[in-house]
Design a protein around this ligand. Structure first.
Ligand code: C5P
Length: 234
């Protein structure tokens, strides 16, 4: 499930962030291609405004277009968008099936294929849900306004990324039982059920594109060969 329905206002691009141009391709194409190359993903649901999504997907190669089984409109929050994506997965697989589902933000184009494989493999191996994360390279301060109130020990902190994965039924229950309001990620909803969430190693490159500066950094990384699963830049 690829949530791609955010407006991305902080990026300042004309359309939705997920379809902004990154080295000649829409942002959303990178995660889809990495998922396909991982060998762990059979099909994808993209959650996005249908017009821009169809236009972007039409520019993808035949293999990626085949991977995308459905495009469904998103909601006002990321959580609602993921929920819409899960409903589309349920519709596609039927009531009895319980596949492993990975949720990956379109806004993280640099997640390599191995990360999808790592998260998918770890689901079921001792944990209900799995996320990838990296240690914080910076010292983390707790603040109140512009005053420091504490310095948090780095060895108990991890910066959460996507892909995050769990069985479809668990993600459905986690989304159904979440009281209300948005949630930063899907793992939080599973944590709220009291289920075990495991962390596997993410990568520093798997940062979320938020600003024009992030996009410029990602562009430099792509053009220097950092996304070999995409083939040469357009
Ligand atoms: O806003 P942010 O960058 O944190 O969003 C993370 C991901 O969630 C992005 O890929 C964005 O497109 C998606 N999203 C969504 N629906 C929303 C808000 C965000 O699919 N209403």
């Amino acid at each position: 499930v690829v949530p791609a329905a955010g407006r991305g206002e902080r990026l300042g691009a004309p359309g939705p962030k997920a379809f902004a141009d990154l080295a000649g391709r829409p942002l959303v194409a990178y995660g889809l291609a990495a998922a396909a190359a991982s060998g762990a993903v059979e099909a994808a649901v993209v959650v996005a405004d249908l017009g821009p999504a169809e236009a972007a997907l039409a520019r993808l190669g035949a293999d990626l277009r085949r991977l995308v089984r459905a495009v469904v409109p998103g909601g006002a929050t990321r959580r609602e968008s993921v929920r819409a994506g899960l409903a589309a997965v349920r519709q596609a697989v039927g009531a009895a099936a319980d596949p492993v589902v990975l949720v990956h933000d379109a806004a993280r184009p640099l997640a390599p294929p191995a990360l999808f494989a790592r998260v998918a493999e770890a689901v079921g191996a001792g944990a209900a849900a799995v996320l990838c994360a990296r240690p914080s390279p910076d010292t983390v301060k707790q603040i109140a306004g512009d005053l420091v109130t504490a310095t948090l020990p780095r060895d108990v902190l991890a910066l959460a990324q996507t892909p995050q994965g769990a069985r479809l039924s668990l993600l459905e229950r986690a989304h159904r039982e979440w009281p209300s309001g948005d949630a930063g990620d899907d793992a939080l909803l599973v944590e709220a059920l009291g289920e075990t969430v495991r962390v596997v190693a993410g990568t520093p490159f798997n940062f979320k594109i938020t600003s024009a500066e992030d996009l410029a950094l990602a562009e430099a990384w792509v053009r220097s060969g950092g996304t070999p699963w995409m083939g040469p830049p357009a």
